[in-house]
Design a protein around this ligand. Sequence first.
Ligand code: HMG
Ligand code: MG
Length: 302
Amino acid sequence: MTIPSRVKLVDVGPRDGLQNEKQPVPAAIKIELVHRLQDAGLTEIEVTSFVSPKWVPQMADNAEVMAGVQRKAGVRYSVLTPNMQGFEAALQSGPDEIVVFGAASEAFSQKNINCSIAQSIERFRPVAQAALEKGIAVRGAISCAVGCPYEGEIAPERVEMVARLMRDIGVQHVGVADTIGVGTPSKVQKALEATLKIYGVDHVSGHFHDTYGMALANTLASLQMGIWNFDTSVAGLGGCPYAKGATGNVASEDVVYLLHGMGIDTGIDLDKLVDAGKFISDFLQRKPNSRAATALLNKRLG
Ligand code: HMG
Ligand code: MG
Protein backbone atom coordinates (compact mmCIF):
# COMPACT_ATOMS: atom_id res chain seq x y z
CA MET A 1 0.00 0.00 0.00
CA THR A 2 1.42 3.36 -0.98
CA ILE A 3 1.11 6.40 1.24
CA PRO A 4 -1.77 8.64 0.06
CA SER A 5 -0.80 11.78 -1.85
CA ARG A 6 -3.73 13.74 -0.44
CA VAL A 7 -5.29 13.76 3.01
CA LYS A 8 -8.54 15.24 4.27
CA LEU A 9 -8.71 16.52 7.81
CA VAL A 10 -11.91 17.09 9.74
CA ASP A 11 -11.21 19.68 12.39
CA VAL A 12 -13.15 18.54 15.43
CA GLY A 13 -11.86 21.35 17.65
CA PRO A 14 -15.11 23.29 17.95
CA ARG A 15 -16.90 20.11 19.07
CA ASP A 16 -14.51 17.53 20.56
CA GLY A 17 -12.14 20.30 21.55
CA LEU A 18 -14.51 22.59 23.32
CA GLN A 19 -17.03 20.08 24.73
CA ASN A 20 -14.70 19.36 27.61
CA GLU A 21 -13.93 22.98 28.56
CA LYS A 22 -15.07 23.88 32.04
CA GLN A 23 -15.08 27.65 31.45
CA PRO A 24 -17.93 29.05 29.36
CA VAL A 25 -16.99 29.71 25.75
CA PRO A 26 -19.42 32.17 24.15
CA ALA A 27 -21.08 31.16 20.89
CA ALA A 28 -19.41 34.13 19.18
CA ILE A 29 -15.95 32.69 19.97
CA LYS A 30 -16.96 29.26 18.64
CA ILE A 31 -18.31 30.87 15.48
CA GLU A 32 -15.11 32.87 15.00
CA LEU A 33 -13.10 29.68 15.44
CA VAL A 34 -15.14 27.95 12.72
CA HIS A 35 -14.60 30.96 10.43
CA ARG A 36 -10.87 30.90 11.03
CA LEU A 37 -10.70 27.17 10.34
CA GLN A 38 -12.54 27.50 7.05
CA ASP A 39 -10.33 30.44 6.09
CA ALA A 40 -7.32 28.22 6.78
CA GLY A 41 -8.63 25.76 4.18
CA LEU A 42 -10.38 23.15 6.30
CA THR A 43 -13.11 21.59 4.17
CA GLU A 44 -14.82 19.74 6.98
CA ILE A 45 -15.51 21.10 10.43
CA GLU A 46 -17.26 19.30 13.27
CA VAL A 47 -19.12 22.28 14.66
CA THR A 48 -21.14 21.11 17.65
CA SER A 49 -23.30 18.34 19.05
CA PHE A 50 -27.02 18.00 19.65
CA VAL A 51 -26.75 16.12 22.92
CA SER A 52 -28.35 16.64 26.29
CA PRO A 53 -27.27 20.00 27.77
CA LYS A 54 -27.37 18.30 31.16
CA TRP A 55 -24.71 15.87 29.98
CA VAL A 56 -22.56 18.33 28.03
CA PRO A 57 -23.40 21.93 29.01
CA GLN A 58 -20.72 23.40 26.74
CA MET A 59 -22.65 22.28 23.63
CA ALA A 60 -25.99 23.77 24.77
CA ASP A 61 -25.55 26.66 22.30
CA ASN A 62 -25.51 24.24 19.33
CA ALA A 63 -28.27 25.94 17.32
CA GLU A 64 -26.88 29.42 17.97
CA VAL A 65 -23.42 28.39 16.80
CA MET A 66 -24.74 26.70 13.67
CA ALA A 67 -26.90 29.74 12.85
CA GLY A 68 -23.97 32.12 13.28
CA VAL A 69 -21.59 30.36 10.92
CA GLN A 70 -21.27 32.06 7.55
CA ARG A 71 -20.98 29.03 5.36
CA LYS A 72 -18.32 28.75 2.76
CA ALA A 73 -18.92 26.82 -0.44
CA GLY A 74 -17.18 23.46 -0.47
CA VAL A 75 -17.06 23.14 3.31
CA ARG A 76 -18.96 20.35 5.06
CA TYR A 77 -20.36 21.20 8.48
CA SER A 78 -21.02 18.21 10.70
CA VAL A 79 -22.73 17.78 14.06
CA LEU A 80 -23.13 14.92 16.53
CA THR A 81 -26.60 13.43 16.96
CA PRO A 82 -26.96 10.50 19.40
CA ASN A 83 -30.70 9.94 18.91
CA MET A 84 -33.79 11.16 17.04
CA GLN A 85 -34.30 14.01 19.48
CA GLY A 86 -30.84 15.31 18.66
CA PHE A 87 -31.31 14.67 14.96
CA GLU A 88 -34.59 16.57 14.81
CA ALA A 89 -33.05 19.52 16.64
CA ALA A 90 -30.00 19.40 14.36
CA LEU A 91 -32.16 19.39 11.26
CA GLN A 92 -33.23 22.98 11.95
CA SER A 93 -29.55 23.94 11.62
CA GLY A 94 -29.06 22.29 8.23
CA PRO A 95 -25.94 20.19 8.84
CA ASP A 96 -24.24 18.61 5.81
CA GLU A 97 -23.34 15.56 7.83
CA ILE A 98 -24.41 14.01 11.09
CA VAL A 99 -22.34 11.77 13.32
CA VAL A 100 -23.68 8.93 15.41
CA PHE A 101 -21.26 7.87 18.09
CA GLY A 102 -21.06 4.36 19.40
CA ALA A 103 -18.37 2.42 21.17
CA ALA A 104 -16.51 -0.87 21.01
CA SER A 105 -16.75 -1.05 24.80
CA GLU A 106 -20.01 -1.78 26.63
CA ALA A 107 -18.94 0.10 29.73
CA PHE A 108 -18.04 3.23 27.77
CA SER A 109 -21.30 3.08 25.81
CA GLN A 110 -23.17 3.12 29.12
CA LYS A 111 -21.12 5.96 30.57
CA ASN A 112 -21.20 8.13 27.46
CA ILE A 113 -24.65 7.65 26.01
CA ASN A 114 -26.44 5.78 28.78
CA CYS A 115 -27.25 2.63 26.83
CA SER A 116 -25.73 -0.65 25.63
CA ILE A 117 -24.03 -1.03 22.24
CA ALA A 118 -27.07 -2.89 20.90
CA GLN A 119 -29.46 -0.21 22.18
CA SER A 120 -27.28 2.52 20.69
CA ILE A 121 -27.52 0.91 17.27
CA GLU A 122 -31.31 0.82 17.60
CA ARG A 123 -31.25 4.55 18.45
CA PHE A 124 -28.93 5.30 15.52
CA ARG A 125 -30.95 3.30 12.99
CA PRO A 126 -33.79 5.83 12.49
CA VAL A 127 -31.29 8.71 12.67
CA ALA A 128 -29.20 7.27 9.84
CA GLN A 129 -32.29 6.45 7.80
CA ALA A 130 -33.84 9.91 8.22
CA ALA A 131 -30.54 11.64 7.42
CA LEU A 132 -30.00 9.61 4.25
CA GLU A 133 -33.56 10.33 3.13
CA LYS A 134 -32.81 14.03 3.45
CA GLY A 135 -29.51 13.79 1.61
CA ILE A 136 -27.44 14.37 4.76
CA ALA A 137 -24.23 12.35 4.99
CA VAL A 138 -23.94 9.88 7.86
CA ARG A 139 -20.71 9.25 9.70
CA GLY A 140 -20.18 7.03 12.71
CA ALA A 141 -17.60 7.11 15.46
CA ILE A 142 -16.35 3.94 17.12
CA SER A 143 -15.06 5.02 20.50
CA CYS A 144 -12.60 3.02 22.57
CA ALA A 145 -11.44 1.15 19.48
CA VAL A 146 -8.14 0.19 21.13
CA GLY A 147 -8.65 0.80 24.81
CA CYS A 148 -11.33 1.75 27.29
CA PRO A 149 -10.96 3.59 30.60
CA TYR A 150 -13.29 1.03 32.21
CA GLU A 151 -12.62 -2.24 30.34
CA GLY A 152 -8.94 -1.92 29.40
CA GLU A 153 -7.76 -3.34 26.07
CA ILE A 154 -10.40 -3.80 23.41
CA ALA A 155 -10.15 -6.70 20.96
CA PRO A 156 -10.20 -5.80 17.24
CA GLU A 157 -13.15 -8.21 16.86
CA ARG A 158 -15.24 -5.78 18.93
CA VAL A 159 -14.37 -2.99 16.53
CA GLU A 160 -15.27 -5.16 13.55
CA MET A 161 -18.59 -6.01 15.18
CA VAL A 162 -19.52 -2.36 15.75
CA ALA A 163 -18.37 -1.43 12.24
CA ARG A 164 -20.63 -4.15 10.84
CA LEU A 165 -23.58 -2.99 12.94
CA MET A 166 -23.02 0.57 11.74
CA ARG A 167 -22.72 -0.44 8.11
CA ASP A 168 -25.92 -2.43 8.37
CA ILE A 169 -27.91 0.63 9.48
CA GLY A 170 -26.57 2.78 6.64
CA VAL A 171 -23.63 4.61 8.24
CA GLN A 172 -21.48 5.62 5.28
CA HIS A 173 -18.14 6.32 6.91
CA VAL A 174 -16.64 5.39 10.27
CA GLY A 175 -13.99 6.91 12.47
CA VAL A 176 -11.82 4.54 14.47
CA ALA A 177 -11.39 6.44 17.70
CA ASP A 178 -8.68 6.04 20.28
CA THR A 179 -10.75 7.94 22.81
CA ILE A 180 -8.21 7.84 25.61
CA GLY A 181 -5.07 7.95 23.49
CA VAL A 182 -3.61 4.66 24.71
CA GLY A 183 -3.02 3.14 21.28
CA THR A 184 0.34 2.41 19.73
CA PRO A 185 0.88 1.89 15.98
CA SER A 186 0.46 -1.89 15.88
CA LYS A 187 -2.70 -1.80 18.03
CA VAL A 188 -4.19 1.00 15.97
CA GLN A 189 -3.38 -0.88 12.77
CA LYS A 190 -5.22 -3.95 14.11
CA ALA A 191 -8.31 -1.84 14.88
CA LEU A 192 -8.13 -0.31 11.41
CA GLU A 193 -7.64 -3.72 9.77
CA ALA A 194 -10.76 -4.93 11.56
CA THR A 195 -12.71 -1.93 10.28
CA LEU A 196 -11.37 -2.35 6.74
CA LYS A 197 -13.02 -5.79 6.64
CA ILE A 198 -16.33 -3.92 6.63
CA TYR A 199 -15.62 -0.49 5.08
CA GLY A 200 -13.45 0.47 2.11
CA VAL A 201 -10.34 2.49 2.79
CA ASP A 202 -11.98 5.71 1.54
CA HIS A 203 -14.64 5.39 4.22
CA VAL A 204 -12.51 4.96 7.33
CA SER A 205 -10.92 7.75 9.38
CA GLY A 206 -8.48 7.85 12.22
CA HIS A 207 -9.51 9.80 15.34
CA PHE A 208 -6.64 9.81 17.76
CA HIS A 209 -6.45 11.46 21.14
CA ASP A 210 -2.90 12.18 22.22
CA THR A 211 -2.90 11.29 25.91
CA TYR A 212 0.30 9.24 25.71
CA GLY A 213 1.89 11.22 22.87
CA MET A 214 1.30 8.42 20.36
CA ALA A 215 -1.19 10.14 18.06
CA LEU A 216 1.29 11.27 15.40
CA ALA A 217 2.88 7.81 15.31
CA ASN A 218 -0.60 6.34 15.01
CA THR A 219 -1.40 8.76 12.19
CA LEU A 220 1.71 7.66 10.31
CA ALA A 221 0.85 4.00 10.91
CA SER A 222 -2.62 4.68 9.44
CA LEU A 223 -1.19 6.48 6.41
CA GLN A 224 0.94 3.40 5.78
CA MET A 225 -2.32 1.46 5.45
CA GLY A 226 -3.68 3.96 2.94
CA ILE A 227 -5.99 5.75 5.38
CA TRP A 228 -6.38 9.33 4.17
CA ASN A 229 -9.10 10.77 6.43
CA PHE A 230 -8.33 11.98 9.93
CA ASP A 231 -10.09 13.91 12.66
CA THR A 232 -7.76 16.39 14.30
CA SER A 233 -8.28 19.30 16.64
CA VAL A 234 -6.83 22.76 16.27
CA ALA A 235 -4.43 23.61 19.12
CA GLY A 236 -4.82 20.02 20.36
CA LEU A 237 -8.02 20.92 22.17
CA GLY A 238 -10.27 18.21 23.39
CA GLY A 239 -11.27 15.25 25.41
CA CYS A 240 -14.47 13.47 26.20
CA PRO A 241 -16.08 14.36 29.53
CA TYR A 242 -17.08 10.70 29.97
CA ALA A 243 -13.62 9.27 29.22
CA LYS A 244 -11.67 9.72 32.41
CA GLY A 245 -8.10 10.89 31.89
CA ALA A 246 -8.44 11.50 28.16
CA THR A 247 -6.71 14.56 26.79
CA GLY A 248 -7.12 16.39 23.50
CA ASN A 249 -7.10 15.11 19.98
CA VAL A 250 -3.89 15.20 18.03
CA ALA A 251 -3.28 18.84 17.09
CA SER A 252 -4.27 19.72 13.53
CA GLU A 253 -1.13 21.88 13.25
CA ASP A 254 1.14 18.91 14.08
CA VAL A 255 -0.61 16.63 11.58
CA VAL A 256 -0.48 19.28 8.84
CA TYR A 257 3.24 19.81 9.52
CA LEU A 258 3.80 16.05 9.30
CA LEU A 259 1.79 15.69 6.09
CA HIS A 260 3.26 18.68 4.29
CA GLY A 261 6.73 17.55 5.29
CA MET A 262 5.98 14.22 3.62
CA GLY A 263 4.78 15.98 0.46
CA ILE A 264 1.14 15.10 1.16
CA ASP A 265 -1.42 17.69 0.07
CA THR A 266 -4.06 18.89 2.56
CA GLY A 267 -5.24 22.17 1.01
CA ILE A 268 -4.61 23.76 4.42
CA ASP A 269 -2.58 26.92 5.03
CA LEU A 270 -0.51 26.01 8.09
CA ASP A 271 0.16 29.64 9.04
CA LYS A 272 -3.53 30.46 9.09
CA LEU A 273 -4.23 27.27 11.02
CA VAL A 274 -1.66 28.31 13.62
CA ASP A 275 -3.44 31.67 13.84
CA ALA A 276 -6.77 29.90 14.43
CA GLY A 277 -5.16 27.81 17.18
CA LYS A 278 -3.64 30.91 18.76
CA PHE A 279 -6.99 32.67 18.67
CA ILE A 280 -8.78 29.96 20.67
CA SER A 281 -5.79 29.34 22.96
CA ASP A 282 -5.59 33.06 23.80
CA PHE A 283 -9.28 33.01 24.65
CA LEU A 284 -8.75 29.97 26.90
CA GLN A 285 -5.66 31.64 28.39
CA ARG A 286 -3.28 28.86 27.58
CA LYS A 287 -0.66 27.95 25.00
CA PRO A 288 -1.65 25.84 21.98
CA ASN A 289 -1.13 22.18 22.77
CA SER A 290 0.82 21.65 19.57
CA ARG A 291 4.57 21.36 19.15
CA ALA A 292 4.44 22.60 15.54
CA ALA A 293 2.29 25.61 16.48
CA THR A 294 4.62 26.46 19.37
CA ALA A 295 7.68 26.24 17.11
CA LEU A 296 6.09 28.35 14.38
CA LEU A 297 4.88 30.97 16.85
CA ASN A 298 8.37 31.18 18.40
CA LYS A 299 9.88 31.52 14.93
CA ARG A 300 7.61 34.46 14.20
CA LEU A 301 9.00 36.22 17.28
CA GLY A 302 12.41 35.95 15.58
P1 HMG B 1 -30.65 9.77 28.45
O1 HMG B 1 -30.77 10.42 29.78
O2 HMG B 1 -30.52 8.27 28.43
O3 HMG B 1 -31.81 10.22 27.46
O4 HMG B 1 -29.39 10.37 27.71
P2 HMG B 1 -33.37 10.08 27.54
O5 HMG B 1 -33.83 9.79 26.15
O6 HMG B 1 -33.77 9.14 28.64
O7 HMG B 1 -33.85 11.55 27.94
C1 HMG B 1 -33.54 12.11 29.19
C2 HMG B 1 -33.52 13.62 29.09
O8 HMG B 1 -32.52 14.03 28.13
C3 HMG B 1 -34.83 14.24 28.60
O9 HMG B 1 -34.91 15.53 29.21
C4 HMG B 1 -34.60 14.44 27.14
O10 HMG B 1 -35.38 15.49 26.62
C5 HMG B 1 -33.13 14.81 27.11
P3 HMG B 1 -35.74 15.79 30.56
O11 HMG B 1 -37.13 15.33 30.22
O12 HMG B 1 -35.08 14.96 31.62
O13 HMG B 1 -35.59 17.25 30.76
N1 HMG B 1 -32.48 14.47 25.83
C6 HMG B 1 -31.90 15.36 25.01
N2 HMG B 1 -31.73 16.68 25.12
C7 HMG B 1 -31.10 17.30 24.10
N3 HMG B 1 -30.61 16.65 23.01
C8 HMG B 1 -30.76 15.33 22.89
C9 HMG B 1 -31.44 14.64 23.91
N4 HMG B 1 -31.74 13.33 24.09
C10 HMG B 1 -32.39 13.25 25.26
N5 HMG B 1 -30.26 14.71 21.81
C11 HMG B 1 -28.12 10.96 25.77
C12 HMG B 1 -28.99 9.91 26.44
C13 HMG B 1 -27.46 10.31 24.57
C14 HMG B 1 -29.01 12.13 25.34
C15 HMG B 1 -27.07 11.46 26.79
O14 HMG B 1 -26.40 10.37 27.33
C16 HMG B 1 -26.08 12.41 26.17
O15 HMG B 1 -26.41 13.53 25.81
N6 HMG B 1 -24.79 11.99 26.05
C17 HMG B 1 -23.86 12.83 25.36
C18 HMG B 1 -22.50 12.37 25.61
C19 HMG B 1 -21.53 13.18 24.78
O16 HMG B 1 -21.87 14.15 24.11
N7 HMG B 1 -20.26 12.76 24.85
C20 HMG B 1 -19.25 13.43 24.11
C21 HMG B 1 -19.33 13.21 22.64
S1 HMG B 1 -18.73 11.62 22.14
C22 HMG B 1 -17.03 11.80 22.04
O17 HMG B 1 -16.49 12.82 22.42
C23 HMG B 1 -16.25 10.69 21.41
C24 HMG B 1 -15.78 11.01 19.99
O18 HMG B 1 -14.98 12.18 19.96
C25 HMG B 1 -14.95 9.84 19.47
C26 HMG B 1 -13.88 9.43 20.50
O19 HMG B 1 -12.94 10.18 20.75
O20 HMG B 1 -14.09 8.35 21.05
C27 HMG B 1 -16.96 11.20 19.04
MG1 MG C 1 -12.93 12.24 20.46
